[in-house]
Design a protein around this ligand. Structure first.
Ligand SMILES: CC(C)(COP(=O)(O)OP(=O)(O)OC[C@H]1O[C@@H](n2cnc3c(N)ncnc32)[C@H](O)[C@@H]1OP(=O)(O)O)[C@@H](O)C(=O)NCCC(=O)NCCS
Length: 376
C-alpha cells in the first residue's frame, strides 16, 4: 500500500474493530445484540437485562439480575458539586453540553478514575449508566427552576428516569415504552459516537473521557441530534394537511430530511419499524395522534420521492414527545440509552487495544521555501 493514498470518504464500509456486541446486517435490515434479535430484546427484556448482556455477554438469570439492578440503583446519586455546577451553567445551554460537562465532572469524582482494569471499567460502566440518567434529569430540573428529584431506591431504570424528570411515577405503559426506547438505542456497532469512544480509549485515556467525547459526537444532527430535528420539522409542518406542500418545497430546496436515510441500512432500519408501532400507540393514548399521522405521511412522501428509509430517530421523535420528554432532551435521552453500548465498546477496546491512528491524504501545496514574516 502506498502511504496515504487509500482514501475512503467517511470510512464507509471500513471495518475498524472486531466486536462481540452488535451484529448489524444492513442488507437485510437486521440487528442483534450478542446474538439476540433486537425485536425480542425491545419487547421482552428490560434495559437492565440488555446492559448486563452487553457488559457480560450473557443475559442474566433472576438472581444475577436482582444483584445487578441493586448495583445500578446504588450508583444513582450524583455528587452535590455537580448539581451546584448545573446551577452555574447558562439556563439556555444545550443540555448535551451540560451532559458532556457532567460526564467530565463525574470522572473527577469517580473512585476508579485512575484504574483502567477490566474490573474497574465494569464498575465505572454501571456507575456512569446510572449517574448519567440522574445528571440529565437533575440538569433539566435545575435549569427549569426546580429542585432535582432524588433518585428512587426501588423503581427500575426507565421508570426512575421519568420519575426524576417529572417528580411523578410514570404509568406502567409509559415506563415500558421508555424502557424499550433505551434498549433500542443501547448499542449500534461503530456509529460515529461509539467510534469516537473507541478512538479516545485507544490512546489508553479513560472511560469518562471517552464517553464525554461520545456525547459530543452524538449531539450532531447527522447522528443522535436527528431526533430533535425531526420533532422540530414536524412542529414546523404543524398539521397533517401541510405535509404535501412542505415536502414539495423541501425537495425543491434540496433540504436534508432528518430521521431519514442511513449509512448502513438501505432496505430498512429494524429499530424504526418497532418504534413506529410504539409511536402509534403512545400518540393515540396521549391524545396527540396528529404527530404520528404527520410522521407517517412525511415518511411516505419522502420515500416516494427519494427512496429514503426512516432511521431510528424518525419515529422516536413523536414517541418521545408523546411520552412528555422535552424536545431538547431527546438527544440526552438517546445518550442515556447508548451509554450501555459505549461502555461495552470501551471495555472491548481496552481488552484488545491498538492505537486508532488512520492517515490523511495530503492535497495541499507541494514543498515551498519558507520566508520570515518581514519578507512575506
Ligand atoms: C444518516 C446520513 C448522514 C447517512 O448519510 P451518508 O451515508 O453519508 O450518505 P450521504 O450523506 O453521502 O448521502 C447520499 C445521498 O443521499 C442523499 N441523502 C441521504 N440522506 C438524506 C436525507 N436524510 N435527506 C435528503 N437526502 C439525503 C444525499 O443528499 C446524497 O445524495 P447525492 O448523492 O445526490 O448527493 C444521511 O442519511 C442523513 O443525513 N440523514 C439525516 C440525518 C439523520 O437522520 N441522522 C441519523 C442517522 S441514524
Amino acid at each position: 500500500m502506498t502511504e496515504g493514498t487509500q482514501l475512503i470518504r467517511g470510512l464507509e464500509g471500513v471495518v475498524a474493530a472486531e466486536t462481540k456486541l452488535c451484529d448489524l446486517d444492513g442488507k437485510n435490515g437486521r440487528l442483534a445484540y450478542c446474538g439476540y434479535d433486537i425485536d425480542d430484546l425491545a419487547r421482552r427484556a428490560t434495559f437492565e437485562e440488555v446492559a448486563y448482556l452487553l457488559w457480560q455477554g450473557e443475559l442474566p438469570n433472576k438472581s444475577e439480575l436482582a444483584k445487578f439492578s441493586a448495583e445500578l440503583i446504588a450508583a444513582r446519586r450524583i455528587p452535590g458539586e455537580l448539581i451546584q455546577a448545573f446551577a452555574l451553567m447558562p439556563k439556555q445551554a444545550d443540555p448535551m453540553r451540560a451532559l458532556q460537562a457532567a460526564v467530565a465532572v463525574l470522572g473527577m469524582h469517580d473512585p476508579d478514575a485512575r484504574d483502567n482494569s477490566h474490573a474497574a471499567n465494569r464498575r465505572k460502566a454501571a456507575r456512569l449508566t446510572s449517574q448519567m440518567a440522574t445528571a440529565v434529569c437533575a440538569h433539566h430540573r435545575v435549569r427549569s427552576g426546580h429542585e432535582p428529584v432524588e433518585p428512587s431506591s426501588d423503581l427500575p431504570h426507565a421508570a426512575n428516569f421519568l420519575y426524576m424528570l417529572t417528580g411523578q411515577k410514570p404509568t406502567d405503559v409509559t415506563a415500558r415504552a421508555f424502557d424499550a426506547c433505551l434498549t433500542l438505542y443501547a448499542e449500534h456497532e461503530l456509529n460515529a459516537s461509539t467510534f469516537t469512544t473507541r478512538c479516545i480509549t485507544s490512546t489508553n485515556s479513560d472511560m469518562h473521557s471517552a464517553v464525554a467525547g461520545g456525547v459530543g459526537a452524538l449531539k450532531g444532527p447527522l447522528h443522535g441530534g436527528a431526533g430533535e430535528a425531526v420533532m422540530r420539522t414536524l412542529m414546523e409542518i404543524g398539521e397533517v394537511a401541510n405535509v404535501d406542500a412542505f415536502t414539495e418545497k423541501a425537495l425543491v430546496d434540496k433540504r436534508r430530511f432528518m430521521g431519514m436515510g442511513h449509512r448502513v441500512y438501505k432496505a430498512g432500519d429494524p429499530r424504526a419499524a418497532i418504534l413506529k408501532g410504539m409511536a402509534e400507540e403512545a400518540c393515540r393514548q396521549s391524545g396527540q395522534f396528529k404527530w404520528y399521522e404527520m410522521a407517517v405521511k412525511l415518511h411516505a412522501r419522502i420515500n416516494e420521492a427519494k427512496k429514503l428509509i426512516p432511521n431510528v430517530d424518525f419515529y422516536s421523535a413523536p414517541l418521545f414527545y408523546s411520552l412528555g420528554i422535552p424536545v431538547d432532551l431527546f438527544t440526552p435521552v438517546i445518550a442515556a440509552g447508548r451509554i450501555a453500548g459505549w461502555t461495552a465498546n470501551i471495555v472491548e477496546q481496552f481488552d484488545d487495544n491498538r492505537l486508532i491512528r488512520p492517515r490523511g491524504d495530503y492535497i495541499g501545496p507541494s514543498r515551498r521555501t519558507f520566508k520570515t514574516v518581514d519578507k512575506r
